[in-house]
Write a protein that binds this ligand. Structure first.
Ligand code: C5P
Length: 233
């Protein structure tokens, strides 16, 4: 999945112009572009034939999340997410909202949860959230809550995939950002893996932004990522 972390639609249009017109991508639409352009940006991308992961990380009381996600499902997205910290009831209701908002005959979009944000380290978690468990225990616990609520998987670091699959199930989706192909700058990501390594570890989807969006030739960079993802040693 390509993270479309752009400030407005113009930049998205310019970026997509660098790909063959018939190339259908899986793109991640996040808060920045969604709050700038509104639901129209999703409809625009859908009309071009792209698959959409709407990364808005919903987190509120169960009733509100259910109603909100019902609206978002009507946009025809393919994947959407919430914060596991919202609780099992919130996630269960989110799933119901998603089912209600999906038109008849359409596949229910995948629903995944964010566990602990990667900007939270163990020290901060203990100090600010008064959680005495380790960060890994907390992540695994959130993943198990997510599964109990009937969701499809979680967003996590590739380094957490094995532990999460072992404590949930092998078909529980692990979607991993923090990906850098061989030879690319790490930027502000802390712990990165290559597309090939992520696949080897068991990631089901990888999310990759700047190595493709900021590349001189984005299509070439995208093809390189796909080659690495598909490579079997
Ligand atoms: O440019 P880069 O490949 O680092 O972008 C990664 C994308 O994944 C960004 O949209 C970022 O917000 C998102 N993300 C992340 N780490 C997380 C969750 C989401 O990098 N734990």
């Amino acid at each position: 999945m390509i993270a479309l972390d752009f400030p407005s639609k113009n930049e998205v249009v310019n970026f997509l112009a660098k790909f063959p017109a018939d190339k259908h991508l899986f793109v991640k639409i996040g808060m920045e572009i969604f709050y700038q352009e509104g639901p129209e940006i999703v409809k625009y991308m859908k009309n071009l034939g792209h698959a959409i992961f709407l990364d808005l990380k919903l987190h509120d009381i169960p009733h509100t999340v259910k109603s909100a996600i019902r609206c978002l499902a009507r946009l025809g997205v393919d994947m959407i997410n919430v914060h596991a910290a919202g609780g099992i009831e919130m996630m269960t209701k989110a799933r119901l909202g998603l089912i209600e908002g999906t038109s008849a005959g359409r596949e229910i979009p995948k629903l995944i949860a964010v566990t602990q944000l990667t900007s939270i380290n163990e020290k901060r978690m203990k100090k600010e959230q008064l959680v005495s468990a380790s960060l890994e225990e907390s992540v695994v616990n959130y993943a198990q809550n997510t599964q109990k609520a009937g969701l499809d998987g979680v967003v996590c670091s590739a380094f957490e995939v094995k532990k999460i699959k072992a404590s949930t199930s092998s078909d529980f989706i692990c979607l991993t950002p923090g990906i850098r192909p061989e030879g690319f700058a790490i930027e502000d990501q802390k712990r990165v893996v290559t597309p090939n390594k992520a696949r080897e570890i068991g990631s089901d989807y990888i999310v990759i932004g700047r190595p493709i969006t900021q590349a001189k030739n984005p299509y070439k960079a995208y093809q390189k990522v796909k080659e690495e993802w598909n490579y079997r040693s």
